[in-house]
Design a binder for this molecule. Structure first.
Ligand code: NAD
Length: 336
């Protein structure tokens, strides 16, 4: 399915990944509408495309408004990202998390069904797998989420497939591992940049640094979503999205220090024992998305970090955000 001239809705459109998807969908010639309740998203994230899209402040917990916008704009494709995307916050407020991620997804699905939407691409998460039984994790891995966030994202995904099986509404689930890039105001990379700006001589790393993550630059992640929208064979399936180049947090810290040209000046300090429930090795098997959707991540980690650094230095977002280390510690330091 070509995106050109399609009426596209991006839920959570003012957020980090979804705002990049908005930009890409506009580039592809889509007529884009974005909705967001602006709880975590920012209108500034839509700066690039603001003159070419419609934006509505809508909360996905409000079924009538979601249904109305889909009808009014004659939406044909929905990229559903609106969610609490913050694991620690799901621990703090599991009710908001479930009402948005699970019930909000139910509202989006029902609104799509009532308005004959042609396809829904859902932003799921590696958190649906829970503690890995083996790595790299493929899509057949068991689904045992351990956080309220993982549970609510899984509920949304399962409901999407139930709509597909019951009503035939085309649904695809994209299980994102760790995506990074400009406009992301939290998690490890942002945290390192923030700490190094505050004190270039010392970088505190939570845990032992041995945790392994599989990062994907945001433009590669959004391309994967477009591939899922364009490819008819994606319907009814789940796909992992990751860069396919695992790196330890220790290596990441060292790389960041080299990129910032702080080598020899910065001492890395590990807090030691890893936090309870921390997933040590979160690595994806991306064979399925590579073979079935021809997904080819392009941005190397070093280049991606450079772009993140440029954004960090040029934006004043970092000054406005509450110390994200505090947020991370709230849940004992879990990274999505
Ligand atoms: N960033 C990652 O690495 C990652 C990993 C796994 C999954 N995901 C998923 O990708 C999606 C986007 O994540 P992100 O990192 O860009 O987060 P984000 O917080 O920047 O984006 C989510 C957006 O949803 C909006 N939102 C929250 N509650 C809402 C509500 N009730 N109604 C309407 N809008 C609401 C927020 O304001 C925000 O703009 C989420 O669904 C998240 O679960 C992200």
């Amino acid at each position: 399915m070509e995106l050109k001239d399609k009426n596209i809705l991006v839920t959570g459109g003012a957020g980090f990944i979804p705002s990049h998807l908005v930009d890409l969908a506009v580039e592809k010639g889509g007529n884009v509408t974005a909705l967001d309740n602006l709880k975590d998203g920012k209108i500034e994230n839509l700066e690039v495309s603001k003159d070419k899209i419609h934006f509505k402040k809508i909360d996905v917990r409000d079924f009538d408004k979601v249904k109305r916008i889909i009808k009014e704009k004659e939406i044909e494709i929905v990229f559903h990202f609106a969610a609490n995307a913050n694991v620690p916050y799901s621990v703090e407020d599991p009710k908001y998390d479930f009402e948005t991620n699970a019930l909000g997804t139910c509202n989006v699905l029902k609104s799509c069904l009532d308005n004959d939407v042609e396809k829904i691409i859902y932003a799921s998460s590696a958190a649906v797998y829970g503690e890995p039984e083996y790595t790299p994790i493929d899509e057949k891995h068991s689904l045992n989420p351990i956080s309220p966030y993982g549970a609510s994202k899984l509920a949304g995904e399962k409901l999407g497939f139930a709509y597909y099986y019951t009503y035939g509404i085309p649904f695809v689930s994209m299980r994102i591992f760790n995506t990074y890039g400009p406009r992301q105001p939290r998690y490890v990379m942002f945290d390192f940049l923030k700490k190094l700006r505050n004190n270039p001589h010392k970088l505190e790393v939570l845990g032992t640094g041995e945790q392994i993550r599989d990062y994907c630059y945001v433009s590669d992640t959004t391309k994967a979503f477009i591939l899922a929208a364009e490819n008819e064979n994606a319907v009814g399936k789940s796909f992992n999205i990751a860069g396919g180049n695992p790196i330890s947090i220790k290596e990441l810290a060292e790389l960041m220090i080299r990129i910032l040209r702080l080598e020899g000046n910065t001492e890395i300090y590990y807090t030691g024992k890893s936090w309870e429930g921390d997933i040590v090795r979160l690595v994806a098997n991306v064979n399925k998305i590579k073979s079935e959707l021809r997904f080819r991540p392009k941005v190397e980690l070093k280049d991606g970090i450079l772009r993140l650094k440029e954004w960090f230095e040029s934006s004043d977002t970092n000054k406005k955000i509450k110390n994200s280390t505090e947020n991370i510690r709230l849940n004992g330091g879990k990274v999505i």
